[in-house]
Design a protein around this ligand. Structure first.
Ligand SMILES: Cc1cc2nc3c(=O)[nH]c(=O)nc-3n(C[C@H](O)[C@H](O)[C@H](O)COP(=O)(O)O)c2cc1C
Length: 158
């Protein structure tokens, strides 16, 4: 059984929905255990137990939400190595990928033991509180399915 953890931050619940949909997608092959948690629900030491780590949060003032960034900074102390990963964000208006790009840079800098196996996912919300724009939940599920395939290929090859 492979193990994946999805750590997300969410104020109004939209990024939580995206994290959960990604989790359902990752769960489809049946041999990957998936957990979806907020930073406050996991100790950074526990990251060492997983094969794959996904990290996602809303765009707050053109940056990744602070709680997730702080979690990544704390996680850097435990040096997770040889993990497979990807990132995601949610945004409003024309800010597709803005927080995501910064989040990916922070992860590469602070957690170099995570190898990105695919481009990140940026999901639109209609206004600050949501709801998610049409089609975004489906995109998130598909993202999870693709991630699961990459994870299996990578781990079976190693
Ligand atoms: C303090 C704050 C600042 C925000 N700044 C931006 C921003 O600069 N650009 C943007 O696209 N969305 C911005 N948003 C909207 C968030 O991206 C939106 O609330 C979020 O995607 C919803 O996700 P959630 O339900 O998981 O909290 C901001 C929201 C908050 C609460």
């Amino acid at each position: 059984m492979f193990k994946t953890i999805i750590v997300y931050e969410s104020v109004y619940g939209n990024t939580k929905h995206i994290a959960e949909e990604i989790g359902k997608g990752v769960d489809t092959p049946g041999n990957i255990q998936v957990e979806v948690v907020k930073p406050s629900e996991i100790h950074t030491d526990q990251l060492l137990d997983y094969d794959a780590i996904l990290l996602g949060c809303p765009n707050h003032n053109q940056k990744p939400a602070n709680n997730l960034v702080k979690f990544i900074e704390r996680a850097s102390i435990v040096h997770p190595e040889c993990k497979i990963g990807a990132a995601f964000d949610t945004y409003t208006g024309g800010n597709k990928g803005v927080a995501l790009n910064k989040l990916e840079k922070i992860i590469k800098d602070k957690l170099p033991g995570i190898e990105f196996v695919m481009s990140g996912l940026s999901c639109k919300v209609e206004g600050r509180k949501g709801p998610l724009a049409e089609g975004e939940k489906e995109q998130a599920f598909e993202f999870g399915v693709r991630f699961a395939k990459k994870l299996q290929e990578d781990l079976e090859a190693s």
